[in-house]
Design a protein around this ligand. Structure first.
Ligand code: PGA
Length: 258
């Protein structure tokens, strides 16, 4: 067992209106009453941040996250959202570089690098996503893909800047497909990622940085995945949209295998 505290984040993607979000946040808090065995984050749509923030600001069990930000502090960027706007709504975490943003919105490693920088300087904690496609996995290129994404995404950061960064390894072929990486496959990719962190920043950062696994994590596979040596939590899409299932996943994921 390692000493890193688990971190489980729900990624609601483009689901739930503000009023639906209010109910779901309240239900999750009820299910997780008195929870303190791991960090829990809800990354809700922009339009739900205000209502979720107003519910979450008075408690410490669940923290609020966003799913994206713009790299500039402000300006003529119609339709975009700045780090300052997020901070003002009690947002603490922000997902950056999700594969859906890389694929559908053409986000590159260089842009992701700028967004991470903006998040850190605005005291938002980035959850930085990376992962290979099915083709890259089957062509046995996954190591070089992960290495490039990590090295370019985290280029030019200092050890101190890395302190609030969480990584999320999400093999694209496992997202929303019900195909989970096996615990051994996921562990192998996480250990490899940690070795890249070691190359870039040295042993202390490599050992401290939390790396979540994401891709079809459910209540019944969370425990086995999260008990792997280098897996420090989960980024959860589908299974975070229902309170009981998400709370069960959180509890099982943080429980040692007996
Ligand atoms: P999933 O999504 O749990 O629905 O596979 C994970 C993610 O995209 O973060």
């Amino acid at each position: 067992m390692n000493y890193r505290r688990k971190i489980i984040a729900g990624n609601w993607k483009m689901h739930k209106t503000a009023s639906e979000s209010k109910t779901l946040v309240q239900d999750i808090l009820t299910e997780l009453k008195d929870w303190n065995d791991g960090d829990v984050v809800l990354c809700v749509p922009f339009t739900s941040l205000a209502i979720a923030g107003s519910i979450l600001e008075s408690q410490t069990i669940v923290e609020l996250g966003a799913q994206n930000l713009h790299q500039a502090p402000q300006g003529a960027f119609t339709g975009e959202i700045s780090a300052g706007m997020l901070r003002d709504l009690f947002v603490r975490y922000v997902i950056i570089g999700h594969s859906e943003r890389r694929q559908y919105f053409r986000e590159t490693n260089a842009l992701i690098n700028q967004k991470i920088k903006t998040a850190i300087t605005s005291t938002l904690k980035p959850i930085v996503c990376y992962g290979e496609t099915l083709q890259e996995r089957e062509g046995n290129q996954w190591r070089s893909v992960l290495e490039t994404q990590i090295k370019e995404g985290l280029a030019n950061f200092t050890e101190a800047e890395m302190e609030t960064v969480t990584l999320a390894y999400e093999p694209v072929w496992a997202i929303g497909t019900s195909k989970t990486a096996s615990p051994a496959q996921a562990q192998e990719a996480h250990a490899f990622s940690r070795s890249i962190l070691n190359q870039l920043f040295g042993k202390t950062v490599a050992e401290k940085t939390r790396i979540q696994y994401g891709g079809s994590v459910k209540p019944d596979n969370a425990q086995e995945l999260l008990q792997q040596e280098d897996i420090d939590g989960a980024l959860v899409g589908g299974a975070s949209l229902e309170a009981r299932s998400f709370a069960t996943l959180v509890k099982k994921g943080c429980q040692p295998l007996s």
